[in-house]
Design a protein around this ligand. Structure first.
Ligand SMILES: *[C@@H]1O[C@H](CO)[C@@H](O)[C@H](O)[C@H]1NC(C)=O
Ligand SMILES: *[C@@H]1O[C@H](CO)[C@@H](O)[C@H](O)[C@H]1NC(C)=O
Ligand SMILES: *[C@@H]1O[C@H](CO)[C@@H](O)[C@H](O)[C@H]1NC(C)=O
Ligand SMILES: *[C@@H]1O[C@H](CO)[C@@H](O)[C@H](O)[C@H]1NC(C)=O
Length: 579
């Protein structure tokens, strides 16, 4: 069985495509990396500080052989294998992490991309140059042995090299990659972007959806759907209509996955709407966070455990793992055991899909396929109506997640509440002014180091006091698109705050982080399941986007912003001198 599944993966990677959905393998059958006694014993023994380490280790021989040796060991010890024996077993049968990847310098990387010249503050320009250099550190390529022996790796083979987030995240991730690609396009690296896009399209062809990340243990879930947007950015940059034509059907099948596997019917005001939610129909602990999940599940009655574990996976699918967003309305909203991700209809997910439907409609028009263009135009119109009727709140002037069980909106502040502005999925121009007022009413503008993820301090990483780059982008570009001068000015101020936090922390630590703690003057973030990670793909991408857009106005700090009067006078005099 094991061999057949792996064999199938190999065939698929070699280019044989499946004709129908039914033939897809079940997401992750590996008895080593996804399920089974070996995984359970090793992870529950906590041989490593981070459970992800074990499931990232390549095998040193065929899985059947490793499993046979494990069964023998288990029998010898009547299933309770001493920790030391387990450690020796892993040392003997597994290899160190990272062996399957090699560093890769992008071939299209070059010095001095144009946008650097637009950054007037010399310290910010020098910093942007260093961020541009980081692509070379974050570039990775899969070794050929993963193609010839896929069964010995949890890493999924990718034909093209890619940029990773960094730190413990040595493989590529779905929604991270969108902001990475925005940065790469500014760095004038469309060939790298095209390769990464091709990798994602291959995953859709093989598995029917884009997994959370490029590891078999991520196959049971996806992540926020931004593939269509990635294609749009690439095509806008290159005019590569051929690439679009070749892959339009794969983009359509990714959206079909969200329709078939992640739709939910919502009744509101006597009408019925179809919207989307995050939902993973598989129990069992997440292999890469096995012991934490299992220990949490053990606090529940046995009959409730798989539901909890599936909800944890759905939260990982949302990208917000974990957050008060998914704990709201449960019996104990401060505990992860209350998690109920699938019971919420998220604003951001539906805004992303609304945008994707609009882009698909444009793509099909560009390719001269009017009937498909009309189909997606209608889907978008239906979703816009649902966003307005179900998620928009006229009193507060913004959109909120809808709680299906309690039949009400979650009125807490989250930057994701602004996603329809960012995605252009609203029809009333006044909505921007209302959302701006909501931002002011929530006192968000009093946070000087970045927009917080929420106003609730749960200890989870997607809550206060952490701030994340993609969420800054959602709000900033949402407001910046507005014709209102005031909204645009607030967008700039928020960009200035975030750039200063990123820059100050970089000046002290020489590193970019996945998230920032904005409560103490801006520092690397904390909380959640693992240590804060350096790198960092999407943070770099968003910083480059803001430096590009506002490079003529951004300043690196109070020192340069407030020039002493005599310097100002000198600068003025110099500028008046004849050349
Ligand atoms: C093995 O474990 C089972 C159940 O825990 C126990 O009944 C049995 O006696 C054990 N056998 C040996 C040989 O220790
Ligand atoms: C793409 O093509 C359009 C229409 O031909 C043209 O207006 C635009 O400038 C082109 N963009 C790029 C980046 O080449
Ligand atoms: C999506 O649904 C199909 C049909 O029920 C199923 O075969 C497939 O495994 C599902 N995909 C995921 C990732 O859950
Ligand atoms: C439009 O796209 C659909 C779906 O890919 C395809 O079945 C149809 O043949 C296309 N029509 C035209 C005119 O290209």
């Amino acid at each position: 069985m094991q061999g057949r599944t792996w064999g199938l993966r190999l065939l698929l990677l070699l280019g044989l495509r499946l004709g129908s959905q039914e033939a897809l393998p079940p997401p992750c059958g590996s008895q080593i990396y996804c399920h089974g006694e070996l995984l359970r014993q090793v992870q529950m023994a906590k041989l490593y500080q981070d459970d992800k380490q074990f499931v990232d280790m390549p095998l040193s021989s065929a899985p059947d052989q490793v499993l046979r040796h494990f069964r023998e060991l288990a029998q010898t010890h009547n299933l309770s294998i001493p920790r030391q024996e387990l450690q020796m077993f892993v040392q003997e049968h597994f290899r160190a992490v990272g062996q399957e990847l090699q560093p890769w310098t992008p071939e299209d990387w070059r010095d001095s991309p144009q946008f650097l010249q637009k950054i007037l503050d010399p310290r910010l320009r020098a910093w942007a140059g260093q961020l541009h250099q980081l692509w070379k550190k974050l570039g990775k390529k899969v070794k050929p042995e993963v193609l010839s022996h896929p069964e010995q790796f949890s890493l999924i083979y990718s034909r093209h090299p890619f940029i990773v987030p960094g730190g413990r995240f040595v493989e590529f991730y779905y929604w991270d990659s969108y902001w990475v690609m925005e940065g790469l396009l500014l760095s004038e690296m469309p060939e790298t972007v095209k390769g990464m896009l091709q990798n994602f399209l291959d995953l859709v062809q093989t598995y029917g959806h884009v997994p959370n990340g490029a590891r078999v243990y991520y196959l049971q879930r996806s992540q926020p759907p931004l593939l269509t947007l990635m294609m749009d950015r690439y095509v806008a940059h290159t005019n590569d209509t051929t690439f679009l034509r070749d892959h339009i059907e794969t983009l359509a099948s990714e959206l079909d996955f969200w329709t078939k596997n992640r739709s939910i019917s919502v009744s509101s005001g006597g009408k019925s709407y179809i919207l989307n939610h995050y939902e993973v129909p598989y129990g069992g602990p997440r292999p890469e966070s096995y012991s934490k999940d299992a220990e949490l599940a053990a606090t529940l009655l046995e009959g409730n455990r798989d539901t909890l574990l599936a909800e944890l996976k759905a939260s990982a699918e949302s990208g917000w793992d974990f957050s008060s967003r998914w704990l709201v309305g449960g019996p104990n909203p401060s505990s992860l055991s209350s998690i109920r991700t699938s019971k919420l209809v998220p604003v951001d997910l539906n805004a992303f899909l609304c945008q994707a439907e609009g882009l698909m409609s444009n793509f099909y028009s560009r390719l001269g396929n009017d009937s498909e263009a009309a189909k997606y135009r209608n889907l978008r119109a239906e979703r816009m109506a649902a966003l307005k009727d179900v998620l928009w709140d006229e009193d507060k002037g913004v959109w909120f997640d809808y709680d299906l069980e309690n039949e009400k909106k979650n009125l807490e502040f989250y930057p994701s509440n602004f996603a329809p502005l960012w995605a252009g999925c609203f029809s009333d121009p006044d909505d921007v002014d209302k959302a701006l007022k909501y931002l002011e009413d929530s006192r968000i503008l009093t946070y000087q180091y970045g927009i917080p993820t929420s106003l609730q301090k749960t200890g989870q990483q997607w809550d206060f006091p952490n701030a994340w780059a993609p969420l800054q982008d959602l709000v900033i570009r949402g407001l910046a698109k507005s014709p209102s001068a005031k909204a645009q000015e607030v967008a700039f101020q928020l960009a200035q705050n975030w750039i200063r936090t990123n820059f100050d922390v970089y000046s002290k630590k020489s590193a970019m982080y996945e998230k920032y703690d904005i409560s103490n003057g801006g520092q690397p973030g904390g909380g959640g399941e693992y240590e804060v990670q350096e790198g960092f793909g999407w943070t770099n991408g968003v910083a480059l986007m803001l430096l590009d857009r506002y490079g003529d106005r951004l300043s690196s700090g109070a020192q340069t912003a407030l020039l002493a009067p005599h310097c100002l006078a000198a600068a003025l005099l110099l500028s008046l001198l004849p050349q």
